[in-house]
Ligand binder design. Sequence first.
Ligand SMILES: [Mn+2]
Length: 430
Amino acid sequence: MHNTPISPELIAESNLCEADALEEDYGALKARLARRGIDADRVLEKVKRWTVAVPSWGAGRGGTRFAKFPLAGEPTNIHEKLEDCAVINQLGRTTPRVSPHFPWDCVDDYAGLRDEAESYGLGFDAVNSNTFQDQPGQAKTYATGSLSSTVEATRRQAVEHNIECIEIGRKIGARALTVWVGDGTNLPGQQDLGRSFERYLDAAAQVYAALPDDWSMMLEHKMFEPAFYSSVISDWGSSLMAAQELGEKCRCLVDLGHHAPNVNIEQIVARLHRAGKLGGFHFNDSKYGDDDLDSGSINPHQLFLVFNELAEAEANPRGHFDPAYMIDQSHNVTDPIESMLSSAEAIAGCYARALLVDREALHEAQEDNDVMLAFRTLRTAYETDVGPLLARARAEQGGAIDWLRTYRDSRYRERKAQERKAVGLGAGIV
Ligand SMILES: [Mn+2]
């Protein structure tokens, strides 16, 4: 029996009020899908097995480079973050793994931390290293680069930190290291664009060499920010070059917000899959840049098209296909628990709708160059309301049909505001 921060009785009581309406709505969806030759119950089972990790840092309020507005009762350490992540998984039943970040989540006893997560029914996902900010007492600054720094001792320090993250990851049961560097330049001429990439490759190879056999290393590209003229791993091309050079266990991670506006991200997914280098995803949404808004809040159609490529890859895999899915958002003005529940539902919804695509009909229309029929095949799936299916998946696993109302009725955040110490003001993570 797991430790349950929200009373299971409250969830059961809340679900009771919704049960009849859900039964009716699911029945109607099931009948509609049956007319299209789709067995709703089979899709339901796949959706129940589908999961996405949540980032430990996402449990707290994020901020911009202007300010952070703290929330009363937000978590102040990894123990409180785990408790909040347990709430998200208890109500939504889609997020059983937490992706930690070091040194933000450093503790003395990692075996104890693993037990603590397990007591909530949670496990750990990819560990994230941090060489994009300096820590108190750190010997060398990362102000002008980490793995790509011109200073040998700085590169060594960054390599050692990544190796330390792998060691922590082994203790908590993780099997992947995500490396994102803020390295780049702010002015033309600041660094040699070719040589900085070479220095990065050389240092990243030292990290790769320390990777256990059953681990993977994921490289996350980002076009700009914190460097505003050039980034060392700026795009999927640079990421792919690096992953191919580093070796078999190295793959590319696509963060939806790390591209120029209007870039065709679903095509990047297809290309990386073709190369056998699609390592994983960071889900979020954006209007202008790397806004880190809630998944599916701005462009749900893009999210669906990404999942259509993933469903295609799952149905017709080329070599290794086991992408790590994670939410990576900054919740600046909402309760992070509510935002992550909303996002997990949006993401799982796109997965479900991608499963509804009549893939045979789509391929046939593509072969025949029947443009409209191919488009309508996707559109029919996209326009299907899978809400009842997602709610049923939650309910059958002990989650909440109406997660927002149930969460607010639990008064969890108000209780934590009494128990937890207040977090300080100041700029938040971005
Ligand atoms: Mn990310």
